[in-house]
Write a protein that binds this ligand. Structure first.
Ligand code: PMP
Ligand code: GLN
Length: 389
């Protein structure tokens, strides 16, 4: 073998995801895992039973249709109509994917040429950097800065060049919890129209907005035919392991994304697709109870972190709280997170790894609150004892 690295240069430096590293550390040390964002309680029993029924009835046990089972595509279109008044044709404008992760990957692989630039909010959700790199394109960060992480729209305008092809936007935003306001969404949409850009929107936390409202960019003037809207059942229904996601977009954009998607997984999650179709029809009371439960948990953990001495940036949405550890220690976020489990039996995630600018998130640490209240209380107690007394 020659000395050429086995891993190609596009993937150099991407290593192991921070979620895998920190969840492994939680398991190895028996710590409370407030790192990787997955609930410690499964979603509704009726939805789980729907999956069991589908398995038993032999629905989805063999390859489902490439674009997704018709029942789910129809349920996704109905969901877009019910919550946002948006009409999509289930046959040509909806695509089921292996989680939002595959939808993002397929969108990047389908829409980008090598040399294209993609502007995304920094800190980035980690798969964005990898998918943009795999497509041979270049990521261009628009840095969201504490304490409120609002996007600087003049800075966004200044980042747009002749090579800019895609805006990859995430609201509610992981990890900061920022939710775009209507004015911000409108201003971003106007820039996309002015510069004739494609927009890919990651909306997996669409039903977890505590302050403000979720505005799909695809609903704004001039955006219907230039936006690939992405969401997923994982967060909304608390079944992150099922990996059922989807794209809603114009027929030509869906066709483009489908072309890439069919050579990634082709299809996935057969029986779970039927279960998610049923989940999407749950009454409004499900969605509001889900949000209210997470709001209570947000406030519980925010208070606990504040009492422990962290600077807390209360999120408007998602199930993550970004904190600043500067009042507690001189160490950087990665070192802090690697030593936290041994210090007090709690795992968190360093936001610093989601930034290109090396100093921008140096002391930011993210905690998830999608855990049972007694677990959050116990974690907060441990942190308070370790840092504040
Ligand atoms: N985007 C963001 C912002 C996320 O936090 C996640 C994690 N759920 C994903 C995409 C991936 O979603 P999925 O599990 O449906 O692939
Ligand atoms: N979305 C989850 C988070 O941000 C993690 C998903 C993953 O492990 N890739 O914590």
């Amino acid at each position: 073998m020659d000395d050429r690295p086995l891993l190609n240069r596009r993937l150099q430096g991407l290593g192991t995801t921070i979620f895998a590293e920190m969840s492994a550390l939680a398991a190895a040390t028996g710590s409370i895992n407030l790192g990787q964002g997955f609930p410690d309680t499964d979603g509704p029993e009726a939805v789980r039973e729907a999956a069991v029924r589908a398995l038993r009835d032999g629905r989805g046990n063999q390859y489902p249709p490439g674009p997704g089972v018709p029942e789910l595509r129809t349920a996704i279109a109905d969901h877009q109509k019910r919550f946002y008044g948006l009409a999509f044709d289930p046959d040509t404008e909806v695509l089921v994917t292996a989680g939002a992760t595959e939808a993002i990957a397929a969108a990047m692989l389908a829409l980008l040429e090598p040399g294209d630039e993609v502007i995304a909010f920094e800190p980035f959700y980690d798969s964005y950097a990898a998918c943009i790199a795999m497509a041979g394109a270049t990521r261009v960060p628009l840095t969201l800065r504490a304490p409120d992480f609002r996007p600087d729209l003049d800075a966004l305008r200044a980042l747009i060049t002749r090579r800019t092809r895609v805006l990859l936007l995430n609201s509610p935003h992981n990890p900061t919890g920022m939710v775009l306001t209507r004015e911000e969404a409108r201003a971003i949409a106007a820039l996309a129209v002015e510069h004739d850009l494609l927009v890919v929107t990651d909306e997996v936390y669409e039903h977890l907005v505590f302050d403000g409202e979720h505005i799909p960019l695809i609903s704004l003037p001039g955006m219907r035919d230039r936006t690939v809207s992405i969401s997923s059942a994982g967060k909304t229904f608390s079944f992150t392991g099922w990996k059922v996601g989807w794209v809603t977009a114009s027929a030509p954009l869906v066709a483009a994304v489908r072309t890439a998607k069919q050579f990634l997984t082709y299809v996935s999650s057969g029986p779970f697709q039927y279960a998610v179709a049923e989940a999407l029809t749950l009454p409004d009371t499900y969605y509001t109870a889900f949000r209210d439960d997470l709001l209570t948990k947000r406030d519980l953990l925010a208070t606990g972190l504040h009492d422990a001495g962290f600077t807390v940036h209360t999120p408007q949405g998602t199930y993550f709280i970004t904190t600043d550890i500067a009042p507690l220690t001189d160490s950087d976020a990665l070192t802090f997170c690697r030593t936290l489990p041994n210090r007090c039996g709690v795992v968190a995630v360093p936001n610093s790894v989601f930034y290109d600018h090396p100093t921008a998130g140096r002391t930011q640490v993210r905690f998830t609150f999608c855990k049972q209240q007694r677990i959050l209380t116990e974690a907060a107690d441990r942190l308070r004892k370790a840092f504040n007394g």
